[in-house]
Write a protein that binds this ligand. Structure first.
Ligand code: G4P
Length: 190
C-alpha cells in the first residue's frame, strides 16, 4: 500500500536494534482515519474468505484488529499476554518467544470464543520473526478452527518471519514490507 510506505518514509524513524518507530500514527498515537483506510485494504484482500472472526494479540494489534473486524461485521478476539482474572474456564494458549524483547510469554484466549466452525483472519501491527503469528496460528489450530490468513500493517521482511510462514502455506498479506532499513534510508519490497 503506497500510502503506508509514504507515511513510513515521512513519519517513521529507524532506531537502534532494527526497530522502526511509528508511534506518531500507528503504535502509540493512532491515526484513526488512516487505520480505517488500511483496514479497507485488508477487507478487500480477504473479502472472499468468509471470515467469521478476527484474532490479534494485545496491545498494539487491537486498534487495527477492531477496524478490520468492524468491516467484516465479525467479532474481534484478542489474545492476552499476561495472566488475567477475566480469562476463565478452558483456555487455549501458546508460548511465544519475542526476539525483540528477548523474553518468552504466554498468549491466552478463552476456548469458548473459538469454535471449529470459525474461519479466522489473524491481524497484527508488526511482523518481524513471526513468533507471535505462529503462536496465534497454534491457538486457532488447537481450537479446530481454520486460519484464512494473516494481515499485517508493517512486515520487516529482512527478519524473514513472513516468508517462512508463506513457505509453510499460510497466506500472509502485509500492507508494507520493509526490505532494508538504516538511518540513511528505508527500502520496500516491490
Ligand atoms: P515477532 O512476533 O514477529 O517474532 O516479533 P517480536 O516478538 O520480535 O516483536 C515483539 C514486539 O515488538 C511486538 O510487539 C512487535 O509488534 C513489536 N515490534 C517488532 N519489531 C518492531 C519494530 O520495528 N517497531 C515497532 N514499533 N514494534 C516492533 P509487542 O511486544 O507484542 O508489544 P505491543 O506493542 O503489541 O504491546
Amino acid at each position: 500500500m503506497l500510502e503506508l510506505e509514504e507515511r513510513i518514509l515521512r513519519d517513521g524513524r529507524v532506531l537502534e536494534g532494527d526497530v522502526l518507530q511509528v508511534g506518531s500514527f500507528l503504535n502509540q498515537q493512532i491515526d484513526t482515519s488512516f487505520t480505517i483506510k488500511m483496514a479497507r485494504e485488508v477487507h478487500s484482500l480477504f473479502s472472499g474468505s468468509s471470515v467469521t472472526k478476527v484474532l490479534t494479540i494485545e496491545a498494539s494489534g487491537i486498534a487495527f484488529g477492531f477496524a478490520v473486524a468492524s468491516l467484516f461485521g465479525v467479532p474481534l478476539l484478542f489474545a492476552k499476554k499476561s495472566k488475567s482474572l477475566n480469562v476463565d474456564g478452558t483456555v487455549l494458549s501458546a508460548r511465544i518467544h519475542s526476539f525483540t524483547h528477548g523474553n518468552d510469554y504466554q498468549a491466552t484466549v478463552s476456548a469458548e470464543y473459538l469454535s471449529s466452525e470459525d474461519r479466522v483472519l489473524i491481524v497484527d501491527d508488526f511482523l518481524a520473526n513471526g513468533e507471535a503469528l505462529r503462536g496465534l496460528i497454534k491457538i486457532v489450530d488447537d481450537a479446530g478452527a481454520s486460519v484464512v490468513g494473516a494481515a499485517i500493517e508493517i512486515e520487516k521482511g529482512f527478519q524473514g518471519g513472513g516468508d517462512r510462514l508463506r513457505r509453510e502455506g499460510i497466506r500472509v498479506e502485509s500492507l508494507a514490507i520493509i526490505e532494508s532499513m538504516s538511518e540513511s534510508g528505508i527500502t520496500f519490497r516491490r
